[in-house]
Design a protein around this ligand. Structure first.
Ligand code: HEM
Length: 534
């Protein structure tokens, strides 16, 4: 050692100093790294503890029931990152306890997820006093504050009753020729030419549905929108229902605001035109206008728009009639609520009938038995005929069971709500699972498979009604149940008939992963090869 010091110190005094100071620096560096790490870990630990403790303390002491089981995850983000990483199906199945209710923290708020027939039924019975619909701000803006999805309570009930007139069976009969014409036009175009055409099924269905909805809801045919401006604006609104609600030039929301105005201006022009003509019912808007008992001339006009925004709810419940701004907001709401949902359903028909050729063959047999398979006519469908086709109805129901377009429904609690075994405090979000419910309920056997035949058994519908009232919810439940469900089923039926008789198609990636954006769809938009049916 001495020798070492001697030789080193004498020969390299500076070297020893450097070595010494290096050793000190490294040690202190290590210490400070460790200390920082420990501090960081402690901060994460403490903030996570406080975060969870805070939400656990949101429990309403006036109720003796505990909060549901589950975790609030990490500070600020909650379990949002887990949700994004695992995907909805795994996220739910990794957490779902036996009774189907768990708490979490997603997308900025505490939330209770419910996947139990009995519990959804208990919660739905507490609407609208205990729970209200809960839409993101950007969606509320696009739908419009005076539309049926946004208003609540008594005003919602009276507005919905008013709007239902446009979806009565007698009206669906009126829309059928428009629906059939539009669907035939699109499906025929998919198989143009002698060769096979490759396309993205989801995108093709989306173009079809945009045309369909503009024609059936506001009567916007191609010749009324020659430069495609209304269609383009409508697609912008539809594609950006969930965006940051910041209306600064350059932002998505700013673009959406301008696009919404184009759609609104078109609807206004239609209302004005309707007052000066005596046409038959051609669109949902025409039906609604006629049912207001007076023409658009008598409806409050633009100048009064701001006032109407403030007291429109009152007006609608007072006299049961819709003002101009309510008509417009509802037209926009109906259009947007009926676009991606129907697109998803049509895309799933294409997928499931393409994937299971034996089911397509069974369906074609039913069409043949009704002389529809090779009829060659483009106006051969009637409302009654469609209703009488049992296999077709079974296909529709099974498509909506296996791949429901709306995977879940959001609510928020207005006050503390108690259900069997737990409480949900005020201002928490509640999410009713739809697709997961369809997959866990005992109401169905062979749940993972596409079996339209199950719906041919009349006992199934009875059983669902009496024993499992919340086990099949493609169109929702209770007061917020889908307004356009009969129109959607009609559109699905006509689509299934036309694709089965006009085209043959092959799925190019039949087992593609499913995503929620925010409706159910294949991640690759369903590539298909289409040819004219031989
Ligand atoms: C297969 C297609 C469709 C599916 C699966 C579907 C599903 C749903 C669901 C689950 C709800 C309830 C949402 C909730 O409780 O928060 C709903 C509401 C609604 N749907 Fe549909 N829908 C479809 C097509 C349509 C169509 C074609 C229209 C109109 C043309 C429409 C208009 C509406 C409206 C206006 C509401 C809001 C009702 C309210 O707030 O009271 N839907 N839909």
């Amino acid at each position: 050692m001495e020798a070492f010091f001697e030789s080193s110190l004498i020969q390299h005094p500076l070297q020893l100093l450097t070595w010494g100071s290096n050793a000190v620096t490294e040690a202190s560096l290590l210490t400070s790294v460790l200390a920082t790490l420990a501090c960081g870990l402690f901060t994460v630990f403490l903030s996570t503890f406080l975060w969870r403790w805070h939400f656990e303390n949101c429990r309403d002491p006036s109720s003796s029931l505990p909060l549901p089981p589950g975790s609030f995850g990490w500070p600020v983000v909650g379990e949002t990152l887990h949700y994004l990483r695992e995907g909805m199906t795994d996220f739910v199945s990794n957490r779902r306890p036996k009774d189907g209710v768990f708490k979490t923290h997603l997308l900025g708020s505490p939330m209770v997820r419910v996947d139990s027939d009995q519990k959804i039924s208990q919660l739905a019975s507490k609407e609208p006093h205990g729970l209200a619909s809960s839409l993101p701000q950007s969606t509320r803006f696009i739908f419009g504050e005076n539309g049926v999805s946004v208003v609540s309570g008594k005003d919602h009930a009276s507005m919905k009753k008013n709007l239902r007139q446009a979806f009565a069976p007698v009206r669906l009969r009126d829309y059928l020729p428009i629906v059939q014409d539009c669907i035939r036009r699109h499906v025929t175009s998919w198989a143009q030419g002698a060769d096979e055409n490759k396309m993205l099924g989801f995108k093709a269905c989306q173009r079809l549905v945009c045309d369909l909805i503009l024609e059936t809801v506001v009567g916007c045919t191609r010749d009324q929108d020659p430069d495609g401006k209304v269609r383009e604006a409508f697609v912008i609104c539809n594609d950006n229902m969930f965006c940051v609600p910041l209306a600064i030039p350059g932002t998505t929301f700013y673009k959406v605001k301008q696009a919404r105005q184009v759609v609104v201006d078109f609807a206004k022009a239609r209302i004005e035109a309707a007052s000066s003509s005596d046409k038959d019912y051609v669109s949902v808007l025409d039906v609604l206008l006629t049912h207001q008992g007076k023409s658009a001339e008598a409806l409050p006009k633009d100048g009064a728009e701001e006032n109407l925004r403030e007291d429109s709810d009152e007006k609608s419940s007072e006299n049961g009639r819709l003002s101009e701004i309510q008509l417009i907001d509802n037209a926009v709401t109906i259009m947007l609520a009926g676009t991606d949902t129907v697109t998803s359903a049509l895309c799933s028909i294409l997928k499931l009938l393409g994937k299971y050729p034996e089911k397509l063959a069974a369906f074609r047999k039913e069409l043949e038995s009704q002389d529809l398979l090779d009829s060659g006519r483009d106006d051969d469908l009637s409302f009654e005929l469609i209703q009488s086709m049992t296999y077709l109805q079974a296909v529709n129901k099974e498509v909506l069971r296996l791949l429901p377009p709306v995977a879940g429904m959001f609510r928020s609690t207005k006050k503390t709500v108690e259900i069997e075994g737990c409480q949900i405090p005020a201002n928490w979000r509640v999410l009713y699972g739809v697709s997961s419910m369809h997959m866990v309920t005992e109401a169905f056997t062979d749940r993972e498979n596409f079996v339209p035949e199950r719906w041919l058994d009349p006992n199934l519908e009875k059983q669902l009604k009496n024993e499992y009232p919340c086990s099949y919810l493609p169109f929702g439940i209770g007061s917020r149940m889908c307004l356009g469900r009969e129109l959607a089923q009609l559109e699905m039926s006509v689509f299934a008939i036309e694709v089965a008789r006009l085209i043959d198609w092959t799925l190019l990636n039949p087992d593609a992963r499913r995503v929620l954006r925010p409706i159910e769809k294949p991640f690759d938009d369903l590539p298909v090869a289409v040819r004219r049916r031989k």
